[in-house]
Design a protein around this ligand. Structure first.
Ligand SMILES: Nc1ncnc2c1ncn2[C@@H]1O[C@H](COP(=O)(O)OP(=O)(O)OP(=O)(O)O)[C@@H](O)[C@H]1O
Ligand SMILES: [Mg+2]
Length: 250
């Protein structure tokens, strides 16, 4: 696909390379040295535009500097809504590359336990900052937190958060608490407690060598994570017997 021509306000927004792609849009680096990036939606509908405008009006980018909240609207050359600008994150890896021990050795060769704890604290701080701004993340997952070599963390995909009346329409089962497992995300209001479950999963994975807290084995067979979450089978519990044992060491 050729790079789109974009306007930001009344001026041309010059774009360089495409630096990312997700299910909802494509991310382009700005070519003007301002350290920005633009997300261009695959389906730039009215609901997305209303949500992005609301986020910009709330100045959330200024309130949470470690979250890439939308900063300005971008439009196509003929004036239609296309997406938004945000701060570009440089020199980072998604946190799952730090969580998985194999990729940890490759991408974070100097990461010791002190580094892991530092990153874990940064992740928790970001979630607390977002909540303090009156926003629920909703789709907490290990692709959304980007980690730099110095342990700095940035949370991306902020246009999917639950903000005011705009719901978070997405989520991943392994970071979703039991009370909303299997529910249609677009039809329910998420809470900061739901975020706390997703945060706890990421912190556990970070601090426990990549293990998911609900990974477990029953009669020699692994239990699907969604099922273990719904059934409360936390196999690492020191207080309760849950009928499952932690998976064997790798
Ligand atoms: N601000 C940013 N700076 C640098 N890279 C970014 C930034 N935002 C997104 N990316 C890159 O682009 C990818 C896709 O971004 P994002 O997750 O926001 O897209 P999406 O279409 O909403 O995806 P999803 O379907 O997972 O919600 C990210 O995984 C990341 O690699
Ligand atoms: Mg998204």
């Amino acid at each position: 696909m050729t790079a789109p021509v974009l306007l930001c306000g009344s001026t041309h927004f010059p774009i360089a390379d495409r630096i990312g792609r997700g299910g909802e849009g494509e991310i382009y680096a700005a070519a003007d040295g301002t350290g920005r990036a633009a997300k261009v939606y695959l389906t730039p509908d009215a609901a997305r535009e209303a949500k992005v405008r609301d986020i910009i009006a709330r100045s959330l980018g200024a309130a949470c500097s470690n979250v890439t909240f939308p900063l300005e609207i971008v439009r196509t050359a003929d004036g239609r809504f296309a997406g938004f600008t945000m701060r570009r994150v440089m020199g980072h890896q998604p946190i799952h590359e730090l969580i998985a021990t194999g990729s940890r050795r490759e991408h974070f060769p100097k990461a010791d336990y002190r580094f892991i704890v530092h990153v874990a604290l940064n992740v928790a701080r970001i979630v607390a900052n977002v909540h303090a701004a009156g926003v629920v993340i909703g789709d907490i997952n290990s692709a959304g937190f980007l980690v730099a070599q110095n342990g700095t963390v940035t949370l991306i995909d902020a246009d999917s958060f639950q903000i005011g009346m705009h719901r978070c329409r997405v989520g991943m089962p392994e970071f979703t608490p039991p009370e909303i497992q299997g529910m249609p995300f677009g039809a329910i209001d998420r809470t900061i407690d739901h975020d706390a479950f997703g945060l706890a999963v990421i912190l556990f994975q970070l601090l426990a060598l990549g293990r998911h807290p609900y990974a477990g084995v029953v009669r020699g067979r692994p239990v699907p994570l969604e099922q273990a979450i719904v059934q409360g089978r936390f196999a690492y519990s020191l207080l309760r017997t849950v009928g499952a044992t932690p998976p064997p060491a790798r």
